[in-house]
Design a protein around this ligand. Sequence first.
Ligand SMILES: Cc1cc2nc3c(=O)[nH]c(=O)nc-3n(C[C@H](O)[C@H](O)[C@H](O)COP(=O)(O)OP(=O)(O)OC[C@H]3O[C@@H](n4cnc5c(N)ncnc54)[C@H](O)[C@@H]3O)c2cc1C
Length: 433
Amino acid sequence: MAATTSTAPDAGTDPGPTLDAFAEECTAFLDANAEPRPPAREFVWGQGDDSIALFSEIDPTEERRQLTEAKAWRARRFDAGLAWITGPTELGGRALAPSYERLYTSLEARYLIPSQAFFGIGLGMVAPTILAHAADDVKRRYLPAMYRGDVVGCQLFSEPGAGSDLAGLQMRAERDGDQWVLNGQKVWTSGAQYSDIGEVICRSDPDQPKHRGLTGFVVDMKAPGVEVRPLRQMTGGATFNEVYFTDVRVPDDHRLGDVNQGWTVALTTLMNERASIGGGGGGGFGVASITRLVEMLRHFGLSDDPVHRQELMRLHCGYQVAKFTSQRALDKIKAGQLPGPELSIAKLALTENLTATARFVGRVLGPRLVADTGEWGTFAWSQFVLGTPGMRIAGGSDEVMRNIVGERVLGLPKEPGDDSKLPFRETQKNSRS
Ligand SMILES: Cc1cc2nc3c(=O)[nH]c(=O)nc-3n(C[C@H](O)[C@H](O)[C@H](O)COP(=O)(O)OP(=O)(O)OC[C@H]3O[C@@H](n4cnc5c(N)ncnc54)[C@H](O)[C@@H]3O)c2cc1C
């Protein structure tokens, strides 16, 4: 989690502007570059856009257009010194405390700016890992460009036989002089279709136990031998991909961490991933606001029904608890501490609430959820409902989160199995393949 610990200003150095002066600077920049967001209108059933999706489902042309806009906005922010507020100055950051970052975020939310979702994985997970584990030249080459929006990053971890059991991955990295040669397949790589670089974890020594023979790299997604193939989801879009590597050459200076220490590198990324998912929307309703659900009950004449009312209140309480749990974890991160199992609990709570919301909506809407009659606020929910299983799996499945909570919070025994001590090539799974 070096991104949060190494970036706060050191004692004795320039303390930077006061929060008030910084707020003025941000507001001047935002006023000059963006339109203020109109005041939120009261939710009225039947009015406005009714789309409610957990994953964006846009066609490639529209995606490219939105990406160009998103990059232009990040570039303006970066050039104004506001794109990496907590980052080290030598890499284009401002070296200010996280409170300045929070202040900018809260001010920016008052303006209409292009969606920055394209940078979620790169800046939320890959950049902190590069900052923590890459060689200085690689940090200089990629981090300013990532925070400026010129370089977009993706996470190349999962493989067809290694998702929850990530340390069982098989993609090979073999050393050849001052280069590495990568061969294998990754899967479910979100955003690979528009990414410039990827963080990849490979098996560099199959004679070591599975957690110890891994090495991480920054890989050029446009290098010869990298092939990205989109995967279509049940929601209709294709936000993730299969990525094939055939004799892809990566310079040794693009290695993340030491040879065979890739598990530590992966953990830095996974910790940041859970923080961004569990903390996303503060564990709250996000798109599915309580008001929207109340109005749905009212519209269908169910607002006096005690069973539906009780269910709605249960949902509301669940989201509130998730919100405070994820806030606890995020506060720890912002204070420079390593979060405990709160992130797993927050991620689990968020997905359980989303699943319960999908069930609630299904009961209220019935067949309107699956048959598109054109009626406002009904079939639109199918995107949300079909997106919830993906949220239960991405960033560690519900079952895996429960295992973590069972072991680390409840002190239950670890899962049986001896393959973490055996050389990887001798493990049962590997010898079967
Ligand atoms: C929307 C989305 C985006 C994603 N984006 C990326 C990305 O950008 N980059 C990337 O690398 N990966 C990405 N993933 C992949 C994701 O990390 C994996 O899908 C996830 O880790 C689960 O792995 P798996 O799919 O191989 O399922 P498996 O690990 O095969 O699991 C199958 C089932 O078995 C259960 N299970 C597995 N192990 C245990 C256990 N020990 N105890 C109990 N139950 C268990 C799981 O909970 C699940 O129900 C994405 C996934 C989704 C859904």
